[in-house]
Ligand binder design. Structure first.
Ligand SMILES: *Cc1c(COP(=O)(O)O)cnc(C)c1O
Length: 292
């Protein structure tokens, strides 16, 4: 089994391959562009490096650092040429598809074989609410389902048996929180949630990028903003640490393209423009204080 994906994949893909017994050695890395999206020409080159055989191409809808989206249409076409299964990791980014102004980012996603996304990120439902969508229900059920003589109720009366689609035989009604959130928000509510977070991410980016010595290093296409202070790893780490200590807001750090960066991810329905303005004021005051 070949698993073809970029060097900017989410780290959980490596773990999943270890758990599945395929091993992280099954990974064949593909190059990325300046924003961390897949280089489709390099994907075609890597795929052509071995004859067609069981292959998964894992694409990304929402880079965990930059928010960048792979060109899903072009990458899927390249994968199809090689008979590969196309999986899309859209843990937070898949939600772009629920908002008219960001929907273009997931263009072509319908042609994929499977998608994964989370409810506990952008939908703001409690951990642990992950979802998988598989375009091949027979293959999906064939992989997951089982029967045993002592069991009753599985698939009886033509009803869908939940246990035929997940790994667990016994689990609580995780879907309930998701159902309730979608019922309450409706189609427009989900779109507004996504759009609102994206607008606030741009607000962060615009205000921070306007300050001396502060750079936003990614194209803010979604809800992710990567910020660098004084073009210095040390300075950036000092600012992150001091902002966290201030208690005013919490931003994590990351390393992306060889740089230490502050990683801002706007994902809560409760975040307001006033919260962003206060956070920016704190971040800038702290960075100026450190710079002396
Ligand atoms: C969060 C995330 C994951 C992992 O999801 P969990 O629900 O935390 O297991 C995978 N891929 C991307 C892009 C993510 O942001």
């Amino acid at each position: 089994m070949r698993v073809v994906t970029t060097g900017e994949r989410h780290a959980t893909i490596d773990r999943a391959l270890r758990l599945l017994g395929l091993g992280a050695g099954a990974l064949e890395p593909v190059a990325t562009d300046a924003q961390g999206a897949i280089d489709v020409a390099d994907l075609a080159r890597v795929l052509a490096g071995a004859p067609p055989g069981p292959t998964i191409v894992c694409l990304q809808a929402g880079n965990v650092n930059s928010g960048a989206f792979d060109d899903l249409a072009a990458a899927t076409a390249a994968a199809r040429n090689h008979g590969a299964w196309v999986h899309v990791d859209g843990a937070f980014g898949l939600w772009a598809g629920a908002n008219p102004t960001t929907r273009h980012l997931v263009a072509g996603i319908a042609a994929a074989d499977s998608w994964a996304t989370d409810g506990h990120k952008w939908l703001n439902v409690p951990y642990d609410s992950g979802y998988v969508f598989c375009a091949h229900p027979e293959a999906h059920a064939a992989a997951m389902s089982y029967t045993a003589a002592y069991l009753t109720g599985q698939g009886q009366g033509g009803l869908r048996a939940p246990g035929d689609y997940v790994l667990e035989s016994s689990r609580r009604a995780r879907g309930f929180a998701t159902w309730a959130a979608l019922r309450q928000l409706g189609r427009t509510g989900v779109a507004e949630l996504v759009e609102g977070c994206c607008a606030l991410a741009r607000r962060f980016a615009d205000q921070l990028a306007a300050a001396d010595g502060v750079a936003v290093v990614n194209d803010v296409v979604l809800n992710q903003v990567l910020v660098r202070f004084d073009d210095s790893d040390d300075m950036t780490d000092h600012v992150i640490e001091a902002v966290q200590r201030s208690g005013e807001c919490w931003m994590g750090g990351t390393t992306w393209h060889g740089m230490r960066l502050m990683r801002i991810s706007v994902s809560s329905w409760r975040t307001t423009a006033a919260d962003v303005d206060r956070s920016v004021a704190t971040i800038l005051a702290i960075s100026r204080g450190i710079a002396g």
